[in-house]
Design a protein around this ligand. Sequence first.
Ligand SMILES: Nc1nc2c(ncn2[C@@H]2O[C@H](COP(=O)(O)OP(=O)(O)OP(=O)(O)O)[C@@H](O)[C@H]2O)c(=O)[nH]1
Ligand SMILES: [Mg+2]
Length: 256
Amino acid sequence: MCATCGCDANGNVTMHQPGHQHEHGDHSHSHVHPNKKIVDVEKDVLHENDLLAERNRGYFDAKNILSMNLVSSPGSGKTSLLERTLTDLKTTLDFYVIEGDQQTTNDADRIHATGTKVVQINTGKGCHLDAHMVMHAIQGMKPKANSILFIENVGNLVCPAMFDLGEKERVVIISVTEGDDKPLKYPDMFFSSTLCIINKIDLLPYVPFDIEKVKANAKKINPSMEIIELSCTSGEGLQNWYEWLKSKVLSPETVY
Ligand SMILES: Nc1nc2c(ncn2[C@@H]2O[C@H](COP(=O)(O)OP(=O)(O)OP(=O)(O)O)[C@@H](O)[C@H]2O)c(=O)[nH]1
Ligand SMILES: [Mg+2]
């Protein structure tokens, strides 16, 4: 059992690459002993995760890799946003993707179809990625310097908020079918993210979703959060996302 969220992240991390599979039997995840105080275990798990996240961050910084953790509820459009972005920008920027899901290589297969190098991490019953899993994935993937690494987290607005992966930016995606109260109901995720993407705006005429209200709610939780509205289906607003992304890319000359 995962001490911090109650998910059973017990056992091995299986990393799938389309057409290629690895078994990593050395993944360690802390377990709750029935007699131990949960609060102590939580501290240990998160402390261990934070140390590994710092290690990942050092690796990303040293290689000037822009790392982004994409988080959302299941189905908000994380993979759709990646498909659009990779297809539209692959000639100008160098991309890598780590896909996190409980099961299947569906998302990795979709990313692979865009011609981008991708590793799938299956968490089994675990409901979030952690820094250890990401460390293994980047060791196998060896992303080039000055590239962009997208990490698509498991669809879940709760547990991934607690686990720093060493990313530079955390991007939370909410779709208009989910309700405009989500920032208030899941404040940790919105507080810890730097950008909020409101996706599926093509569906606004059909759903009772107040876009001004969701923005106000997000700003209430995190006043410095940036917000971009878009539709992966119609393409509306994607340009704003691409400009934001490009503005975050550091040129090699600015690294010291
Ligand atoms: N109408 C509409 N549908 C969208 C949009 N973006 C994504 N979808 C649809 O939403 C569904 C889920 O999209 P995904 O990209 O798989 O979502 P996800 O967040 O990656 O899902 P998980 O990985 O399962 O958490 C798919 O059927 C998409 O086609 C959009 O902008 N508008
Ligand atoms: Mg996905």
